[in-house]
Write a protein that binds this ligand. Structure first.
Ligand code: G1P
Length: 210
């Protein structure tokens, strides 16, 4: 067990001293694109990152660090992508890639949750974006798309008419914590690596299987 002071320091360290948290509430569930648009007054005219917390990604370095490093070189919008199965294209924004340059693909088109027969590739966007502030211009104008929602994907599709966008195939293990099974898998994977509980947890799991 940790001491009280150690635990307090741990809680305080969650937000580093140079970080200020500002919260904006999306009053109505009108879609991811609308949610991002709600942040415009805080973000202003700067490039910014979007992290979807239900896409938990275990990676070293962290995926956003990998993407920021690429951003510093490329200076354009970046979409974190992974290969998904053909059957799963209906759950993701799917990019149409141009000619691959290492882990980067120029995005030539993007569609939200296409049917497998219509998907332009198997490269799915998984919850990590670095976006140019020009996206706000388009999010103010896009019409409701898939599921009747203002889709970030549709804003990005419009952005393609003005600016370069790259798909960044990052390395890392991704857990879909928006699904019950994904959430459970993440807990088990992180539990089995946690320095405090890993040994006991592994023993417990082994005992369950007997
Ligand atoms: C959202 C986006 C989708 C993206 C996905 C990643 O969909 O609309 O383009 O691929 O997140 O998890 P949601 O999972 O919220 O339905």
């Amino acid at each position: 067990m940790r001491g009280k002071h150690e635990m307090l320091a741990m809680v305080r360290d969650v937000v580093p001293k140079n970080v200020k948290c500002i919260y904006v509430r999306q009053q109505e569930a009108l879609g991811l694109g609308h949610a991002v648009l709600c942040a415009q007054p805080v973000v202003g005219d700067h490039p910014f990152a979007v992290i979807l917390a239900d896409d938990l990604i275990d990676a070293k370095p962290p995926v956003m660090k990998q993407m920021v490093d690429v951003y510093r070189r490329e200076r354009c919008s970046l979409l974190g992508v992974q290969q998904v199965s053909r059957a799963e294209t209906r759950q993701y924004g799917i990019v149409k890639p141009g000619r691959r340059e290492g882990i980067l693909y120029p995005v030539t088109a993007i569609v939200e949750k296409p049917h497998p027969s219509k998907a332009p590739s198997r490269l799915g966007v998984v919850g990590r974006y670095i976006l140019s502030p020009r996206i706000f211009h388009h999010l103010q104008r896009v019409k409701p798309g898939a599921g009747g929602e203002i889709q970030l994907t549709d804003g990005i599709a419009a952005l393609l008419g003005d600016e370069r966008v790259l798909a960044h195939q990052f390395t890392g293990v991704r857990y879909d914590c928006g699904s019950k099974l994904g959430y459970l898998k993440a807990n088990v994977a992180y539990g089995l690596k946690h320095p405090e509980v890993a040994r006991e947890f592994a023993k417990h799991l082994a005992a369950l299987r007997r």
